[in-house]
Design a protein around this ligand. Structure first.
Ligand code: SF4
Length: 346
């Protein structure tokens, strides 16, 4: 019965080679199957045309390929595409293709729902059901790469882990997915084109620094004042700014890699000069970049984008202090694909 079959993509190449040897076949067969599974993203054993019919049947009898299925694809008037992705157990996550003139960026999910409870985020209202497997993360990227080739005539160029879920709460699987994405036996993308965006889990940031990961780090900061940050991101009471900053200092010491801060300015919450000064103080210790992201109100409208004057005040304060700042316009608002809006509404 199908439920007793093993997920073939949980096997490493070495494990597949030994499996074929134990079947009295050549170890090399494992390489061929591995290539079909990852480089060629085969959805069925039937697709593996250089493998004999008997071997394909034997694989069919023993394994499943739990491929994701893009259930629904929505296109925004600005070109952004949102995929509702069905997993093998019928749970749904969302991923987004964001096109610009020169790039295509995939924003991918790492968990079904989220373990954290940021007040401004639609995903936080979904219960965390489970972590995504490495292949489910990888498949989201492949689906967006295919869409980029189809609709924009170019391959995917960048990836951000900024969809549903906190990637550092699913660290091992995210890392395994990135290994596949960057491996020549997978998509062969440069790790420099991948950003893992975290709300700030100090212990995991230190671990990443120790492991000398090659991808980039972004932190969703939103306030550099504990009291305010805790009111909008309650887990900050446990992972305080002092602890976060210490872990980021360690990250910079080990990797010498610039830190990007994602930051939304909300009306009446963090829009004063005092808030901007605190941000400057927080990120002074290492080369930093601040992305001021336009906010997309979610249903109850409790959080509202700050007035332009507040954004300008932030920009001039940061620039005056030598911190690189960009103002990011939101994309895909009309299809609920913008930052903080992913909530399986489609
Ligand atoms: S902002 Fe990110 S970490 Fe916070 S609840 Fe939403 S998905 Fe989770």
């Amino acid at each position: 019965m199908a439920k007793n079959k093993r997920d073939i993509r949980a096997f490493t190449k070495e494990q597949l080679r030994s499996f074929f040897e134990t079947q009295g076949d050549k170890a090399f067969r494992g390489n061929q199957v591995y290539e079909w599974l990852w480089q060629k993203s085969a959805h069925t054993f039937e697709d593996m045309t250089n493998i004999s019919k008997e071997t394909r049947q034997m694989l069919e009898d023993n394994f499943v390929i739990n491929h994701i299925k893009v259930d629904q694809m929505q296109r925004s008037s600005d070109g952004t595409i949102k995929n509702a992705v069905r997993l093998h157990d019928d749970l749904i996550v969302e991923s987004v293709l964001i096109p610009t003139k020169t790039r295509t960026t995939a924003c991918v999910s790492s968990q079904v729902g989220c373990s954290l409870d940021c007040k401004f985020c639609a995903t936080a209202r979904l219960k965390r059901m489970r972590n995504l497997n490495p292949d489910e993360i990888y498949d989201q990227v492949v689906a967006i790469d295919n869409e980029s080739r189809l609709y924009f005539d170019r391959p995917l160029s960048n990836i951000v882990f900024m969809g549903m879920g906190e990637p550092l709460m699913n660290y091992n699987n995210v890392l395994k997915a990135i290994d596949k994405i960057t491996s020549p036996e997978g998509l062969g993308m440069s790790p420099k084109r991948i950003i893992v965006s975290t709300s700030g889990v100090p212990k995991m940031i230190r671990k990443m620094a120790d492991e000398q990961v090659k991808f980039k780090l972004a932190v969703s900061l939103h306030s550099a004042i504990d009291e305010i940050r805790t009111s909008i991101m309650p887990f900050n009471a446990k992972f305080t700014l002092a602890d976060l900053r210490e872990s980021l200092e360690y990250w910079y010491l080990k990797t010498k890699s610039r830190i990007t801060y994602e930051y939304v300015v909300w009306d009446g919450i963090n829009d004063t000069q005092n808030d901007a000064n605190a941000l400057v103080d927080f990120c002074r210790f290492a080369p930093s970049k601040v992305n001021l992201i336009e906010y997309n109100p979610i249903d109850d409208g409790e959080f509202q984008q700050a007035k332009n004057a507040a954004i300008e005040m932030y920009v001039s304060t940061l620039e005056r202090n030598g911190i690189t700042v960009t103002v990011r316009r939101s994309r895909g608002k009309d299809i609920d694909a913008a930052c903080g809006q992913l909530a399986n509404k489609s």
